[in-house]
Design a protein around this ligand. Structure first.
Ligand SMILES: [Zn+2]
Length: 409
């Protein structure tokens, strides 16, 4: 039994074969989206007779897609059985990789984590060795989990930077002109692989399992080492023509002569980002400002140290720097609000962990700089998934992709 068999649309192309396949898929889709159901409920909702639904359910039970949850309590008469999707009938692997770490999570079809490892140390380098080490880490994670590899339907890997999800190329890391990266990694993992931009996956994670209620037009801000946005329009991830939408951090808005990571001068990230925060912190120390965080020449200072300094140590310099940055962030975010008029703005990424130190300056700058009518229409929320947003988002992306035959029937 494999989910591929259930989703395979080419098994029997006779009219009755097609109808039967669609009915089985509709039952699974209904149990997945709206929870457990009795045969009578399925019969009424899917407009199919009770004997037909019973036959399909018996097949799905036998094949392991569905489980019998036992009889329900009702007011009298024969008590019907309640059926549920079998949580172990399919698994989805989400991977997020950053410059310094890798996070991996394995979810069952009901979005429950079987296993998750967050921010394991890993030095991402553009080399064949680094790519093989990356694949080894994923393979070891799968081996250590209690799940057989053949039960994993697919893997989604989030990278920062330019990703062409449709063609499977990553342009910032592990770029190969001749072959899509998805093909290369898929060969190493022996699993279907999908690539996604990290911010876009985080946005989708918040939409499916995080802070989003019923909002359908959302801007998700990933305020971390770099800065980017994920856009959800009418409930769908927005990619742009080739998948490069959301590169907010590389808008050249400052006249400052500071070289950005992308090679241009004066990008938003040169003054508002984790990496610029580190530079600002070092410059402030050189000017003689005091901090509880001590540095020597070999210190590999990360923006997370400064963020932790602001939260845990209430260090004046750290607080001052992140407050200044966040005010500026609010100012430039207001441009996006005026353009997109979203239902919801979600503040995510490492800076969202700062709570009020980042959120209040952003909020007050948004109020000051965006149009009143636009601001009044919009909710501002902090990410609830925090450090797990990327891995959850990757699981949601691959699940949506692999189950699309169910969604579209
Ligand atoms: Zn840039």
């Amino acid at each position: 039994m494999s989910l591929k068999d259930l989703l395979d649309n080419n098994t029997d192309d006779s009219l009755s074969g097609q109808k039967w396949r669609i009915l089985r898929q509709s039952i699974v889709k209904r149990l997945l989206s709206a929870g457990n159901a009795t045969i009578a409920e399925l019969s009424s909702e899917l407009q199919s007779s009770v004997p037909t639904i019973t036959k399909a359910i018996n097949e799905l039970l036998l094949e392991g897609y569905v489980v019998d949850m036992g009889k329900i309590t009702n007011s009298g008469g024969r008590r019907p059985s309640l059926y549920s999707i079998n949580p172990t009938c399919a698994f989805f692997l989400g991977v997020e990789v950053s410059r310094t770490s890798i996070s991996i999570g394995l979810q069952n079809i009901k979005n429950e984590f079987i296993s998750i490892d967050l921010r394991t140390s890993f030095a991402l380098k553009n080399s064949q060795e680094s790519l093989l080490e990356f694949c080894d880490l994923i393979n070891s994670f799968i081996e250590d989990s209690s799940v057989e590899k053949e039960m994993i339907v697919g893997v989604c890997i989030n990278f920062s930077g330019r990703i062409n999800s449709m063609e499977g190329f990553s342009y910032n890391y592990f770029f190969s002109e001749n072959r899509p990266l998805t093909e290369i990694i898929s060969e190493q993992l022996n699993l279907p692989v999908h690539l996604e931009n990290d911010t876009r996956a985080m946005a989708f994670g918040e939409y499916c399992e995080g802070v989003v209620d019923d909002e359908q037009n959302i801007i998700f801000l990933n305020y971390s080492w770099g800065v980017a946005i994920g856009i959800i329009s009418d409930g769908k991830l927005y990619y742009g023509k080739s998948g490069y939408s959301g590169e907010f951090g590389h808008s050249t808005i400052f006249d400052n002569e500071i070289m950005c990571q992308c090679g241009k001068l004066g990008c938003l990230e040169t003054e508002i980002s984790g990496w610029s925060l580190v530079n600002q912190f070092k410059a402030a120390l050189k000017e003689g400002k005091q901090s509880k965080i001590t540095l020597n020449d070999n210190s590999d200072l990360q923006h997370l140290d400064i963020i932790a300094g602001a939260i845990n140590l209430e260090d004046s310099l750290c607080v001052e720097l992140v407050t200044k940055q966040s005010e500026k962030m609010g100012r430039y975010l207001s441009i996006l609000l005026n353009i997109f008029n979203p239902d919801l703005l979600v503040i995510g990424g490492d800076f969202s962990q700062l709570g009020d130190y980042a959120l209040l300056p952003i909020q007050s700058a948004l109020k000051k700089h965006s149009l009143g009518l636009v601001n009044r229409d919009m909710k501002l929320k902090k990410s609830t998934l925090g450090l797990r947003a990327g891995v959850i988002g990757a699981c949601c992306v691959i699940k949506e992709k692999m189950l699309s035959p169910l969604v579209n029937n």
